[in-house]
Design a binder for this molecule. Structure first.
Ligand SMILES: O=P(O)(O)OC[C@H]1O[C@H](OP(=O)(O)OP(=O)(O)O)[C@H](O)[C@@H]1O
Ligand SMILES: Nc1ncnc2[nH]cnc12
Length: 186
């Protein structure tokens, strides 16, 4: 494992797991903002993404509301690349693209504004579970004819079926929930 991600891995192993209608949902600063997200972990995530993606070839970082925002923000500050947030609220702008998001435990509409045709985009989120969120945002990016450079998530759940995800996704850490605890794969 990347040594700079060890503190994140250690804290994930301590994360409480709660039941969300049969879905084992872990609660961690990276995915929930609680327990408090240590600044060193936030920086390690931004550094980890920079090591894996050539940010020189990216015009905009795109992060879905809500829990992609802090990772997108840290990365934006570190790289000077502007941040676009995909919102769960419509602004009614003529160029707005609406898509339907289905996650492992809920659904919502997502609204993309602020990305133009030809923009080279890095999509960042906290966690990949079913992949419904990533797929929905990619559909919206395709609709505006953006160029998707890469997709990076901090955590990928390997114990949830995301066979329907049709794009390559890079993760900093792969995790699963086993016996009520988060297991970090080496
Ligand atoms: O791979 P998936 O099954 O789509 O799950 C991953 C998504 O679920 C969470 O978002 P959620 O919409 O629950 O809301 P939040 O970010 O506002 O907490 C998380 O932040 C990811 O965006
Ligand atoms: N916080 C979280 N824990 C586990 N699975 C998730 N999927 C989306 N958010 C999650």
């Amino acid at each position: 494992m990347d040594p700079t991600l060890e503190p994140l891995a250690r804290s994930l192993r301590q994360a409480p797991v709660v039941d969300r209608d049969g879905y084992e949902y872990f609660v961690h600063g990276v995915t929930d903002g609680i327990p408090p997200l240590e600044p060193a972990v936030l920086c390690a995530v931004a550094d980890g993404i920079r090591e894996r993606v050539d940010l020189e070839s990216v015009d905009k970082i795109v992060a879905p509301e809500a829990m992609g925002i802090h990772h997108g923000t840290a990365l934006s500050i570190a790289t000077d690349v502007p941040l676009v947030v995909v919102r769960k609220r419509s602004y009614g702008f003529p160029e707005e693209v609406a898509v339907h998001q289905e996650t492992s435990y809920g659904e919502s509409e997502l609204y993309l504004n602020g990305v133009d045709a030809g923009d080279r985009v890095l999509l960042v989120d906290d966690v990949l579970s079913s992949g419904g969120t990533i797929e929905a945002v990619c559909d919206a990016l395709e609709a505006v004819e953006a160029e998707l450079v890469d997709i990076v998530v901090v955590l990928r759940r390997v114990d949830v079926d995301h066979a329907d995800v049709s794009r390559d996704v890079t993760s900093l850490l792969d995790v699963r929930v086993r016996d009520g605890q988060v297991d970090v794969l080496e």
